[in-house]
Ligand binder design. Sequence first.
Ligand code: NAD
Ligand code: UDP
Length: 279
Amino acid sequence: MGRALVTGAAGFLGSHLCDRLLKDGWDVVGIDNLYTGMSRNLAHLSNEKRFRFIRHDVTKPFNPGYIERIYNLACPASPPHYQKDPLFTLDTNYLGVKNLLELAAKHGARMLQASTSEVYGDPAVHPQKETYWGNVNSFGIRSCYDEGKRVAETLMLEYHRNRNVNIRVIRIFNTYGPRMDPNDGRVVSNFIVQALRNEPLTVYGSGRQTRSICYVDDLIEGMVRMMENPGFIGPVNLGNPTEMTVLDIAKKIKRLLRSHAPIECKPLPKDDPTKRKPD
Ligand code: NAD
Ligand code: UDP
């Protein structure tokens, strides 16, 4: 095995990916500016000789030395986080991805982009196939993320076509598991933290909107298999096809935690997708 670069390494998915690549025998360089990620997610690797962490913002060019694989996970992923500084979110998805593609071209590295089900927006086709072009509002509060991730896919494709970079694109659907930031704002972590504290579970809107939630280990398995497949560049959906309403997710978490916390309805955020399920 050679040397792999993981950006967003101190985040939820990135830290699990570093563990997996080290286990598979790769030397791993982890990059993160700690915008939403936390050093404690990588603390268990502090004595690992095959792992090196560099604190860096991918919107600024850098060169970590020779690399064979680039997994680009750098980007705030939770709506409250990516909406906090929308220009930073846009820069991360354009300048950041471009810097990494330049690195890939320089070293002849294969690069995988963590894209998202958000490229389908509020989908008019259900379940979502990769051939569906989506229904995205370019002028709303989620646009910095949705359009940022869309242009990132286009950058990947054009570096592949024009500069011969070997690319892989995955569209990740909602994923959950250990090391999600308890203050992250996403649905599973919010409900678990609220249920444990015996506080009301905050269901936005009617709770009839759906998501299909995938466990982190399954997602990482798919990510690595996609990177190592010999020639299919994607894009490919990665997620769990079992669709649930947000209200069902709240009830299930309450049941599993034997919690008597009430469910409280809060206003639905603007442009919140009504349904989502990977084909
Ligand atoms: P996360 O917020 O836990 O991790 C993202 C990491 O990227 C953080 O550690 C953050 O500090 C870092 N980062 C952000 N901007 C950066 C920059 N400019 N330079 C360097 N580091 C930067 O989120 P996550 O859930 O682990 O998501 C990882 C990737 O997967 C993201 O690209 C996200 O868009 C994508 N994704 C995740 C999900 C999901 O359900 N978890 C779904 C779809 C797509
Ligand atoms: N949601 C909710 N309560 C919360 C957090 C989220 O009802 O405390 C809803 C949110 O409105 C959306 C779904 O859960 O319909 C998934 O939200 P999340 O932010 O986890 O991810 P998204 O798929 O919207 O990016």
